[in-house]
Design a binder for this molecule. Structure first.
Ligand code: BGC
Length: 269
């Protein structure tokens, strides 16, 4: 059977660990040539490890260092990818981080850092991706769309999160940026959607599941009573990037085990 993303070039930002690494593996397994972006030299080894695992399974791609909050670096990442592989078919706008603090103690630096990576980074990458999609147009041998963008959002695009105002604001911003650019470029056959993960076991939320007491506390927030795995997100990303989702545009797919279902009301209210 044909793989769902055969020969498609996918840039996945923040792919040296966590959800990004999982998405890179899932997409590579479906035939995509993956650009495993990592943010800083210190993450190079982890990115190379992801690439090695992909190659061991018969996949292919390259690693690429780029701070997505820096315009010149993002432009160069797209130029270099196009020089190397010819084009870009898929962008997974995944890079994101947390710098948590009570609101009255949050520094401007913490605010700006989170917004610049999580939101401005997605803006810069999406802009370069869309320019390339418009230049190339639809290549029917690969996909019905001229290009696909998947924005990694969070359940916190709708769930307020005390102590994380910068992060929640960035995810709310991603939701409206995603919908707006989906509306703007749907006529050109570009599809732009978000995935809103709930609690997925990755380094970003290690403190929430590292002990069984913490995990029990976390599971109270998840009707399915299990923490998510990066494969749960990888499968959703493959679907949204593939022609199976050809009529899906401008929407957020929640992959959260029901976290957004007001679990506090399970036996009350
Ligand atoms: C955050 C995690 C958190 C999850 C559910 C994610 O967006 O990055 O730290 O566990 O949302 O609250």
């Amino acid at each position: 059977m044909d793989k769902k993303l055969s020969r498609q070039i996918a840039i996945i930002t923040g792919a040296s660990s966590g959800i990004g690494a999982g998405v890179a593996k899932s997409m590579a397994a479906e035939g995509a040539i993956v650009v495993i972006n990592y943010p800083v030299p210190a993450a190079k080894d982890m990115a190379e490890q992801v690439l090695q695992e992909i190659k061991a399974e018969g996949g292919t791609g390259m690693t690429y260092a780029c701070d997505v909050s820096k315009e010149d670096q993002v432009i160069k990442m797209f130029q270099d990818t196009i020089a190397m592989f010819g084009t870009v078919d898929i962008l997974v706008n995944n890079a994101g981080l947390q710098r948590d603090a009570k609101f009255t103690e949050m520094t401007l630096e913490q605010w700006n850092f989170v917004l610049s990576v999580n939101l401005t980074g997605q803006f810069l990458c999406a802009r370069e991706a869309i320019k390339e999609f418009l230049r190339r147009g639809v290549d029917p041998s690969k996909s019905k769309a001229a290009g696909k963008i998947i924005c990694m959002s969070s359940v916190h695009e709708v769930i307020p999160w005390a102590g994380h105002a910068n992060y929640a604001a960035s995810k709310g911003g991603i939701m409206m940026m995603m919908k707006t650019i989906a509306q703007e470029y749907a006529p050109q056959k570009i599809r732009i959607n978000s995935i809103a993960p709930g609690a997925i076991a990755t380094p970003i939320n290690h403190d929430a599941w590292d002990t069984s007491a913490h995990l029990q506390q976390l599971l109270k927030l998840i009707p399915e009573k299990r923490i998510g795995q990066v494969e749960d997100i990888g499968k959703a990303a493959v679907f949204l990037a593939s022609d199976d989702a050809d009529y899906v545009n401008g929407t957020t797919l929640f992959v959260d085990g029901g976290m957004t279902l007001y679990p506090g009301f399970e036996d009350n209210g």
